[in-house]
Write a protein that binds this ligand. Structure first.
Ligand code: AMP
Length: 273
């Protein structure tokens, strides 16, 4: 793969890379179509990376729908599917892997509630980039914090690889598409919509109500919709996830939510400024 992409690069051609954990949906396919439109060759990877799961139950229950994934990839025109084994990615095992300096970014929000998660993300993305050697990597804004973390890793380890961030793809009713949605019952899927509703509400009231009240109201609405647990409802600066305690029209802000319903952890976010 490395030689193949080096040859492409030598010919001035671009290779776009879309890393995923499979159970592909229209969100993933948007990343692929963006890459197809901007590069000569597109590589999609499906790999459920064990090192980024801090909860073994979540790892074991992660949906695998490889037959359907293959059909979608074929239909999309994606050029190459990379389907590595754990051994190919981690030939020396998964312990004692490289540690990345991520600073504050891995201590807040997802990092706080999923300790070690972003180390795992960096380990797998760094290794995949080493193998695939693309010109561009495509990542979804659904994982807002992940984009910041991976950009930080790219700056240090792969400064020549450009990250293209793709907006969140949603169902018609607003629910953010996610592989984990497959695990939701029909009624939980309806309740899950509350996340997008509270985010929209925060956006509408941003600058009109106190930040504290916005967060309290959102949390209450999520609880009332039947969510078992809320990890966070937070309003932060888009550039570095610094918490915003008062409204400032000049600061690009984003609201983020992580909460459990039906034992499934859902995340979503919305740019509010
Ligand atoms: P995953 O398979 O969940 O690890 O996701 C692979 C990539 O697809 C990541 O960059 C995600 O941010 C992106 N992605 C997942 N869901 C969506 C979505 N609804 N809209 C846009 N990108 C998404």
């Amino acid at each position: 793969m490395y030689n193949f992409s080096s040859q492409l690069r030598a010919q001035g051609k671009k290779l776009g890379f879309v890393p995923t954990m499979g159970a592909l949906h229209a969100g993933h396919m948007k990343l692929i179509s963006n890459s197809l439109g901007q590069n000569n060759t597109t590589v999609c990877c499906i790999f459920v990376n064990p090192t980024q799961f801090n909860d073994s139950n979540d790892f074991e229950k992660y949906p695998i729908t490889i037959e359907k994934d293959l059909l979608q990839l074929e239909r999309s025109g994606c050029d190459i599917l990379f389907l590595p084994t754990v051994f190919e990615i981690y030939p020396s095992g998964t312990s004692n892997l490289v540690h990345y300096e991520l600073g504050r970014l891995e201590t807040v929000l997802e990092g706080k509630f999923r300790p070690g998660h972003f180390q795992g993300v960096c380990q797998v993305v760094d290794r995949l980039l080493e193998i695939v050697n693309p010109s561009r990597i495509y990542m979804g804004q659904k994982d807002f914090q992940q984009c910041l973390v991976v950009q930080k890793m790219l700056d240090v380890r792969h400064p020549n690889i450009e990250m293209i961030k793709v907006p969140i793809q949603r169902e018609h009713n607003g629910l953010a598409m996610s592989s984990r949605n497959i695990r939701l019952s029909e009624s939980a899927k309806k309740s899950a919509l509350t996340i997008f509703e509270v985010l929209t509400n925060i956006k509408y009231n941003w600058g009109k109500k106190a930040v504290e009240n916005l967060i309290q109201e959102a949390s209450l609405q999520i609880e009332n919709a039947g969510f078992e647990k809320i990890d966070y409802v937070s309003i932060v600066e888009a550039k570095d996830l610094e918490e915003l305690v008062i409204w400032d029209a000049n600061i690009p802000a984003v609201a983020l939510v992580a909460a459990f319903i039906d034992g499934v952890r859902l995340i979503d976010n919305l740019s509010i400024s």
